[in-house]
Design a protein around this ligand. Structure first.
Ligand code: HEC
Ligand code: HEC
Length: 390
């Protein structure tokens, strides 16, 4: 006990002496820039004098179920925003995160495979980053609301900073060694200002880069679609919504019956299945989680994607094989393949691949319903937009 106390006091003293010595130490709680800082920033960036606030108010139906958004540090998120849009993060300065995650497309890409550096293509379809509560996986506390999800189609990353570390150093996507990146960014005057404002001094470290990107991506909360309005009014996804057309309500009922065992019924939180095989092929070229767990049980198993903003995120599936939502519905209607790992939800009573055989009316209703989870305000929010001056 005595030892711990002495140790704590020593540590405090060291921290005090150290902080007093750092000459550029600033108060990170101050939310506006000095004149000099603004002058530096405004040469390259369109940032407001008082930094943006990233706190997002969740839709009532989510709050009522205990959902919370992560607390966002605005200075770090602002730095993260600049990093997200900066091509300096890639070896050849060709790609930024935004090259493959376009805000107008709910941070996805409209191509089956995205273009990385030196004309190389990614091996999978870019995933949207339009999130809701608990986008950041909470492996530390699996009991928290919504359970846990990993990142990427095979869920191989557990946090956004883990995901970003892999992405920045990926030979196809950005090809940039993180140590080299810290050296490169330390030379950039706008980062001097932004790192100081976020962390108290201008040191550029790997951890600071990744934490800032994570802070920004965790602030992507999409909670304002016609579906959310309906849920706020009625409170239960199984009842008709007064703001929906008959067709949308019909589509919603079909979705809740046939799809919501995997895709979350509140279109928000991972309360369905996290990963599954949905019978795209009999043999998968890309084995998905099967490449991580080579015993065969996970061949063809992929992350169940969030369907929020799905209207904006085509083409669809891990390889972008379907251009339209109509094609996706056709797959579930007549195209499900009897893969050995096909999920039980997609099998009939005899264990064969289930054919939903939706009527034309049902197909149209399902598509109409899927379009009700589009959140236009999210795609237009300037706080998430490209801050660089053209
Ligand atoms: C060259 C294109 C490209 C670039 C650049 C890129 N991404 Fe991605 N991103 C992808 C692709 C493709 C996937 C899906 C890859 C997979 O699952 O294997 C993905 C997946 C993700 C995911 C997982 C989402 C989920 O729901 O699981 C996150 C988060 C993400 N990217 C964030 C970023 C961030 C942050 C950056 C910048 C540091 C970035 N990406 C740069 C193409 C890109
Ligand atoms: C057994 C779980 C399961 C069921 C049930 C299910 N899905 Fe899926 N869904 C998935 C998986 C897994 C993927 C991704 C598969 C892949 O890319 O390999 C997916 C992908 C999708 C996509 C593409 C999303 C994107 O961003 O690429 C849409 C749209 C979709 N499903 C809609 C539906 C609809 C509509 C139904 C009901 C008719 C349904 N799903 C039923 C598991 C399921």
């Amino acid at each position: 006990m005595k030892f711990t106390l002495t140790k704590t006091l020593t540590l405090l003293l060291c921290a005090f002496v150290l902080s007093a010595c750092l000459k550029d130490e600033v108060d990170v709680s101050i939310s506006h820039y000095t004149k000099e800082e603004l002058q530096t920033l405004s040469q390259y960036l369109d940032l407001p004098e008082f930094r943006d606030r990233y706190r997002v108010d969740l839709a009532d139906h989510l709050k009522n179920r205990g959902a919370v958004t992560p607390a966002i540090n605005d200075a770090k998120a602002t730095l993260g925003r600049v990093l997200f849009y900066d091509t300096k993060l890639s070896l050849t300065e060709e790609t930024s995160c935004a090259s493959c995650h376009d805000q107008r497309l709910a941070f996805s890409d409209d191509k089956a495979f995205s273009e990385g550096i030196n004309g190389q293509l990614t091996k999978r379809n870019s995933l949207p980053l339009a999130a809701t509560a608990n986008f950041s996986s909470s492996y530390d506390d699996p009991s928290s609301f919504g359970g846990t999800v990993g990142f990427f189609w095979d869920e191989r990353a557990r946090t956004i900073s883990g995901q970003s570390e892999l992405t920045i150093q990926d030979d196809i996507e950005m090809g940039m060694d993180l140590d080299d990146l810290t050296v490169r960014l330390a030379d950039v005057d706008y980062y001097e200002v932004l790192f100081r404002r976020a962390y108290g001094d201008e040191a550029v470290t790997k951890d600071r880069i990744l934490t800032a990107i994570e802070e920004f991506v965790n602030a992507f909360v999409s909670t304002n679609s016609p579906f959310d309005e309906g849920m706020n009014m009625v409170g239960l996804q199984d009842q008709d919504f007064p703001n929906f057309t008959d067709q949308e309500n019909f589509g919603k009922a079909l979705f809740m019956e046939n799809c919501a065992s995997c895709h979350p019924s509140d279109m928000s939180t991972p309360i369905g299945r996290n990963v599954a095989n949905n019978g795209l092929d009999l043999v998968y070229e890309d084995k998905g989680m099967g490449d991580i767990f080579p015993d065969g049980a996970f061949n063809g198993v992929f992350k169940v994607p969030f369907l929020r903003n799905v209207e904006l995120t085509g083409p669809y599936m891990h390889d972008g094989r379907f251009e339209t939502l109509e094609e996706v519905i056709e797959h579930y209607s007549t195209g499900i393949q009897n893969h050995e790992n096909l999920a039980d939800e997609l099998r009939d009573a005899n264990g064969n691949a289930r054919q939903f055989n939706f009527s034309q009316e049902e197909k149209a209703a399902l598509v109409a319903f899927l379009k009700t989870v589009t959140d236009d305000s999210f795609a237009e929010d300037v706080r998430y937009s490209d801050p660089f001056k053209k």
